[in-house]
Design a protein around this ligand. Structure first.
Ligand code: LAC
Ligand code: ZN
Length: 461
């Protein structure tokens, strides 16, 4: 519990206009894209790392939880105040500090919206590839906390591949800089990489040094329909085997196509069981050549139809609809459990076969879509909480799903993180010594356990 006196101290650190304490103001800060709900006791909008430092020192004295929060678009509950406490909303850290065209790096604050940053760098012909589906909402700080992936990871990698250095506040109050502002750097342990994807449990990141690359000159979007999901993923394996590296290689199963076809403005050929959305980029000649090879492979693999989005506006519409799949599947049922497992790309067909069998056995719709080029499939198990037994069936299905993923030598999360939704399953993937080592790291950073408690680990650290 945060006492009245502590609230007063917080108010004097922040200025009263930057502290929320009224119940009705707190509600939006208790939820995120998981739709789970908790209540914080207060919400702070700090303006400087020094203020965060003072808040964390106070939290260590008074022992209340502090939960860093970006835009609340996370899908594993990383920003949820599961034990109450103070939400640290990073909205005021919203400046792009520098785009350095000579060195291809940028310095940004953590609250900058991902798409806004991408537009700013593209204006000067540079490129920041990480591209989570939530880019119009998500913040770069949230992307770093979860190590967000997205649609272009198959060619360009994920958030961690573009972070050179961080400014962060440790749970004990010290303000630190990790990493470098240069293209290379190996001095000391790689704390930058440790903090990326640590889900706000080790430090509060306030500023990042990001690596940029030149903007590709041209891109082409294509779409291919197949009669079955397994034919689609087999085509993906062949594209990868042929050493073509598309910018995006996204898969939607029949259920997902049904949910988004209107938004996509799609005429779906008869008998379609799945589709692939493919983008290639590079200089004009390369993009044209790769597009032709992709078309040849799809045709040889029996595509029912192959289309190119000739105009940019067509392809933007397709990608926007793709970004909305996660929301669109709610058309089918009011509730869902949505996962982001990864399997080796060569095992995708086997995984899809398993999924179809699981869905028919559980008698629940399971919509699958996602980053097939990475073997990263979003499995959405849909149900209605109000119908007795459905939630339990969905939960049991998740456990089976994870067991299969591990058996295929995959991982439980490619990009959404563990948070609270996957914490109960983490021991299926990580061995006891690994979890104990992670627990010791957490203790070294946060001896009193005040920063984002209740996340990642299935037990109290
Ligand atoms: C997507 C999110 C859910 O790819 O990761 O749509
Ligand atoms: Zn995704």
């Amino acid at each position: 519990m945060i006492s009245g006196q502590t609230l007063q101290t917080l108010s004097s650190i922040l200025g009263p206009e930057h502290l929320l304490t009224r119940q009705e103001d707190l509600i939006p800060f208790g939820t995120d894209a998981t739709k789970l709900r908790f209540m914080p006791e207060a919400v702070a909008f700090p303006g400087t790392p020094e203020e965060i430092s003072r808040i964390l020192q106070l939290a260590n004295q008074e022992l209340f939880p502090v939960i860093p929060r970006g835009a609340g678009s996370g899908k594993s509950g990383g920003a949820l105040p599961v034990e109450g406490g103070l939400v640290l909303a990073m909205d005021r850290f919203n400046r792009i500090l520098e785009i350095d065209r000579r060195n291809l790096v940028a310095r940004v604050e953590c609250g900058v919206i991902t798409a806004r940053f991408q537009e700013a760098v593209e204006k000067v012909d540079l490129f920041y590839p990480p591209d989570p589906a939530s880019i119009h909402i998500s913040t770069l700080g949230g992307n770093v906390a979860e190590c967000a992936g997205g649609l272009r990871a198959v060619k360009y990698g994920v958030t961690r591949d573009y972070v050179l250095g961080l400014t962060a506040v440790l749970p004990t109050g010290e303000i630190i800089k990790t990493g470098v502002e240069t293209a290379k750097g190996v001095v000391g342990y790689d704390l930058t990489r440790l903090l990326i994807g640590s889900e706000g449990t080790l430090a509060v990141v306030t500023e990042m040094v990001l690596r940029l690359i030149p903007k590709p000159a041209s891109r082409r979007t294509m779409m291919a329909f197949f009669d079955s999901a397994s034919a689609t993923v087999e085509t993906v394996s062949e594209i990868i085997r042929s050493k073509i590296v598309p910018t995006a290689l996204e898969f939607l199963d029949r259920t997902c196509i049904g949910c988004v076809k209107e938004d996509m403005g799609l005429a779906v050929p008869e008998g379609s069981g799945a589709l692939l959305l493919i983008e290639v980029d590079g200089d004009e000649g390369l993009a044209r050549k790769e597009a032709k090879r992709v078309k040849d492979i799809c045709t040889r693999r029996g595509a029912l139809e192959f289309r190119s989005a000739s105009r940019l506006r067509d392809s933007e519409r397709l990608w926007e609809a793709r970004r909305n799949v996660s929301q669109s599947v709610y058309k089918l049922r009011p509730d869902k459990i949505s996962e982001d497992i990864v399997v080796p790309r060569s095992r995708m067909a086997e995984f899809i076969g398993f999924l179809e069998e699981l869905a028919s056995r559980c008698d629940l719709p399971m919509a699958a879509y996602g980053h097939a080029g990475d073997g990263n499939i979003h499995v959405n198990i849909l149900f209605d909480e109000k119908i007795p037994g459905q939630m339990e069936t969905a939960r049991a299905a998740v456990k089976e799903l994870f067991a299969k993923v591990i058996a295929l030598r995959g991982t439980l999360s490619g990009e959404h993180g563990v948070g609270i939704t996957k914490a109960p399953f983490i021991e299926m993937e990580l061995s006891r010594p690994v979890l104990e080592l992670m627990g010791r790291l957490k203790k070294a950073f946060d001896p009193r356990g005040i920063l984002n408690p209740g996340k990642i680990f299935p037990y109290k650290i």
